[in-house]
Every structure is written in C-alpha cells, then in structure tokens.
Design a protein. Structure first.
Length: 135
C-alpha cells in the first residue's frame, strides 16, 4: 500500500526543512546578540562594583568628617550612589536573564537538526504501523 502524505504534513515538512536551513543564520544572529548582551552584562557588573566601592568609601569619609557641610555633601553622594547601585543591580539581573535566555535559545537551535531527524524517524515508524496490511 502506498503511503500518502497530507498537504498539511507536507507543508510542515517543508517548513521544518526551511527552519533547519536557516539555523546557521539564526545561530549567527543569536551569537551576535549574545556577544552584545554579555558585554553589557560585564560593563554593568563593573559599574555596579565601582558604585558599591564608592558607597563604602564615601560612608567612611562621611563618618570621619567633622564639618557638617562636608558630611551633608558626602551624605548626598552616598544617597545618589545607593540609588545607582539599585538601578545597576536591576539592570544586571535583567541582562543576566537575557544571557541565560539566549543560551537556551542557542541550545534549542543547535538541537533542532537532531530533533527533526528523530521526528522524521518517529513519523516513518508510525506510518509503517498504520499502513501495515490488515490495519
């Protein structure tokens, strides 16, 4: 008995093949985005570390200061730096999540050819069972 393929199955197969063909381009695009995201993450982490160090330094100076005006200037600087630390912490968290997401997408994309082969093997096996004589 000949095995017939529906139009829907054919279109799905064509789409899967097209997606597979584009995987190299998609991988390159993900790699470029990953490089940008990791660079931004490194830069944000460095800025966060610097801001935290400055908060500590200015707090020490403020505690040692005896002049009220100097203490007020340092207190204002510490407050601004503390806000910067909060903003940078949030940014770093978002960038870290973005990097992890890109890593996951790349892993899925790299697994796509093997998954397509597995799906094709499963489909052939199912078709063989369904088209066996007597069923």
């Amino acid at each position: 008995f000949p095995v017939t393929i529906s139009s829907c199955q054919f279109q799905a197969a064509v789409k899967a093949q097209s997606d597979l063909t584009n995987s190299a381009e998609q991988t390159a695009a993900l790699d470029a985005e990953y490089v940008k995201a990791t660079a931004a993450l490194a830069s944000t982490t460095a800025a966060l570390d610097k801001a935290r160090a400055q908060v500590t330094e200015f707090q020490t100076q403020m505690n040692a200061a005896t002049n009220a005006a100097d203490k007020q200037k340092l207190a204002t600087a510490v407050s601004k730096l503390a806000n910067a630390v909060l903003v940078l912490s949030g940014s770093r968290t978002k960038l870290s999540a973005q990097v992890k997401d890109l890593e996951s997408k790349k892993a899925l994309l790299q697994a796509a050819p093997e998954q397509l082969k597995s799906n094709a093997t499963d489909a052939r096996a199912s078709a063989g069972l369904l088209c066996a004589r007597g069923l």
